[in-house]
Design a protein around this ligand. Structure first.
Ligand code: ADP
Ligand code: MG
Length: 268
């Protein structure tokens, strides 16, 4: 699924501080990045390097200290239905069923559907993530993997062009994770979404991304295009020359940074 050349999201020289009365911590330093319309971008980096912070700025939950973020040429000023978010921890409403959660998102999309249409659409979205049979269950009755499927269905139900995901499958066992990765890859490609997917898992990034950005604390360290056709199957990828080369390049960027952190701490 080749991404278009049009820029969908423009991150322009963005810096961000976590500050309170006594201290200030510079979590992002002059980030510059353009994301193409329809691109699947993975942001890879070790824990604490600012991935979630960058996503919070894209979602509008936090505002940059300097610089600005544009979506379709318009500055992001807060959360909006044009950007759906899936978080690592399950963020479903516990008092609504799976179907109720998805119907709520359809209402949030701002589109004018009747209640009957919302119910029908919610069932379609639950079917697309393989959860139609569990539509009447509450989050407390669902496994972790099922809850993340509902979260994905709910994010899709917003019918936004942009989908932001923050390590959505990090807490899920490896077999199920692979299933969910392939599901998200297929669904996003068929709906031509612009996706920003945060992960610390190199294999996950190679499986999903058109392009991978590797972060180091507060900054972008390097990037790599992933010119492999979609949809990808992990079994078919591993061992190919293209996969091995990418893996080597990313490991080098990733672990060089981890080693620098260790060296810096040792020098303290
Ligand atoms: P990542 O998602 O890559 O693990 P984060 O974006 O969560 O990293 O955090 C980046 C840095 O900002 C870390 O050093 C973290 O400790 C710090 N940080 C995150 N949230 C806060 C906060 N609310 N207040 C102060 N510092 C924070
Ligand atoms: Mg994070």
């Amino acid at each position: 699924m080749a991404a278009g050349d049009r820029t969908k999201i423009s991150i322009r020289d963005v810096s961000f501080d976590y500050a309170d009365k006594k201290t200030s911590f510079e979590a992002l330093k002059h980030i510059r990045l353009d994301i193409r319309d329809g691109e699947f971008l993975c942001i890879l980096g070790s824990s604490g390097c600012g991935k979630s912070t960058l996503l919070s700025l894209l979602s509008g939950l936090n505002r940059p200290k300097e610089g600005e973020i544009l979506v379709d040429g318009k500055a992001v000023r807060g959360p909006g239905p044009d950007r759906a978010v899936v978080f690592q921890q399950y963020s479903l409403f516990p008092w609504l069923t799976a179907k109720g959660n998805v119907m709520f998102a359809i209402r949030q999309s701002g589109r004018k559907y009747t209640r009957k249409e919302r119910a029908k659409k919610a069932e379609e979205y639950l079917r697309s993530v393989g959860l139609l049979a569990a539509r009447d269950k509450y989050p407390g009755q669902l496994s972790g993997g099922m809850k993340q499927r509902v979260a994905v269905a709910r994010a899709l139900a917003l019918e936004s062009d942009v989908l932001l995901l923050d390590e959505p499958f990090a807490a899920i066992d490896p077999k199920l994770r692979l299933e969910l990765q392939e599901l998200v890859s297929t669904l996003c490609a068929s709906r031509k979404k612009t996706v920003v997917f945060v992960t610390h898992d190199i294999d996950e990034a190679i499986l999903l991304a058109d392009r991978i950005i590797v972060m180091e604390p507060g900054r972008i360290r390097t990037e790599a295009e992933v010119a492999l056709p979609h949809p990808r199957k992990r079994d078919e990828l591993i061992g190919t020359a293209a996969y091995e080369e990418l893996h080597r390049k990313l490991i080098a960027g990733f672990y060089a940074q981890v080693q620098e952190n260790i060296d810096a701490e040792a020098a303290l």
